[in-house]
Design a protein around this ligand. Structure first.
Ligand code: SF4
Length: 366
């Protein structure tokens, strides 16, 4: 295994990094940029120019905006900065996956990931929607952090822009699958989706929102009529197992969640994705595969099986294990009897702290 390239953005202690004190423009839409620029009394086209430099040319400073007069660039530098987030740490995997740890203005840390797949043209960015998470899934490193706070729309959108600025690459797909439960921060997430569509230029069909099963959030998302993909992190077809590994099941039980998901698929006309983490001896039995097949048979969906990416505690122990490749294939075969398309997720970044929350936790400990 190739050793991952480790890069620290600044030689400061993680968590003590601060974004500058000036208001940031990246992550804002055109209207909001116009609003911010009002005190400068600029002609309307200046806001459009600045918006275009930020979102189409990925600039990180006003000096790069070469079609603005030097005096205006100086004026802008005194009042604003472009990036909102600071890069605290970057890990690059041997397969090209780039894992970012960003520090926010209040010193909190969030993770984002840039992934490429050989069978897909577009690069995918996985975004965080909260600092920490209240859902507490037992197989998730973020779950162990607890909930810190919601991210703002601007903090969510600037993750995509920070990735594009750092890598120089264009992101084509967005997945809300990083730290946090997006539908427990649904207002800011929906606002960020609208900004990703309108300003970053990524269509709704290239956006996936993943939820652990927040029923009011699913209903709210349906009302937005956005042709995006909803992914449900199901992880177990039987309530007993699901309650153990996804504790929010007690609040939103499967017998209410599955009808809500079906309603979403019907209202939106979009095929939903069922995400299912394979934990050896916990969620990978033949009986559970049959239960999953029965459950998804009449849902307009695809099934994505995720072999568990171990998270280790300080003693080098992991609570769960990944099933063998043969066990994964066996499980897949049974679920395929439902007539649904079933895939096993291609693993990315396994030589870095790719599981959501791992990198954050590492820095938090330090
Ligand atoms: S898997 Fe998602 S919903 Fe569950 S604890 Fe982790 S971040 Fe939260």
């Amino acid at each position: 295994m190739t050793k991952p390239e480790l890069k620290s953005a600044q030689k400061t202690k993680a968590g003590s990094l601060r974004a500058g004190s000036l208001p940031a423009l990246s992550g804002l839409d055109l209207k909001e940029i116009q609003e911010k620029l009002k005190p400068l009394n600029l002609p309307a086209f200046r806001a459009r120019q600045i918006h275009s430099w930020i979102y189409h040319k990925y600039v990180s400073g006003f000096d790069e905006m070469t079609d603005l007069p030097a005096s205006l660039r100086d004026q802008l530098k005194e009042s604003f900065q472009i990036p909102l987030l600071n890069l605290a740490h970057l890990q690059v995997s041997s397969d090209g996956t780039r894992k970012y740890l960003f520090s926010l203005a209040d010193g909190q840390l969030v993770e984002s990931v840039l992934m490429s797949f050989h069978d897909r043209k577009n690069l995918s960015a996985c975004l965080s929607s909260q600092v920490g998470c209240a859902v507490g899934c037992t197989f998730c490193a973020t779950g162990y952090l607890g909930f810190k706070r919601n991210l703002t729309k601007q903090e969510i959108v600037d993750q995509v822009m920070s990735i594009q600025r750092e890598s120089g690459l264009r992101v084509g797909n967005i997945v809300y699958m990083g730290q946090g439960e997006p539908l427990l921060n649904v207002d800011e997430v929906v606002a960020s989706i609208r900004a990703v569509i309108g300003s970053v230029g990524i269509g709704a069909r290239h956006i996936t929102v993943s939820t652990s099963g927040i029923i009011p959030g699913i209903e709210r998302l349906a009302k937005e009529h956005l042709p995006l993909t909803l992914a449900l992190s199901l992880h177990a077809p039987d309530p007993q197992t699901r309650e153990k590994i996804v504790p929010i099941t007690r609040k939103y039980p499967l017998e209410e969640l599955i009808p809500a998901l079906k309603d979403y698929a019907e209202t939106s006309g979009r095929r939903v994705t069922i995400e299912y983490v394979l934990l050896a001896g916990v969620t990978d039995s033949a009986q559970q595969a049959k239960g999953l097949a029965d459950m998804v048979r009449d849902i307009h969906c695809n099934v994505n099986l995720i072999p568990f990416n171990p998270i280790y505690d300080e003693n080098g122990k992991s609570l769960y294990k990944r099933p063998t490749r043969a066990a994964q294939e066996q499980f897949k075969k049974i679920v395929e009897r439902s007539g649904r398309t079933v895939t096993i997720r291609l693993e990315r970044g396994t030589d870095i702290d790719a599981a959501c929350g791992q990198l954050h936790n590492k820095f938090q400990e330090k």
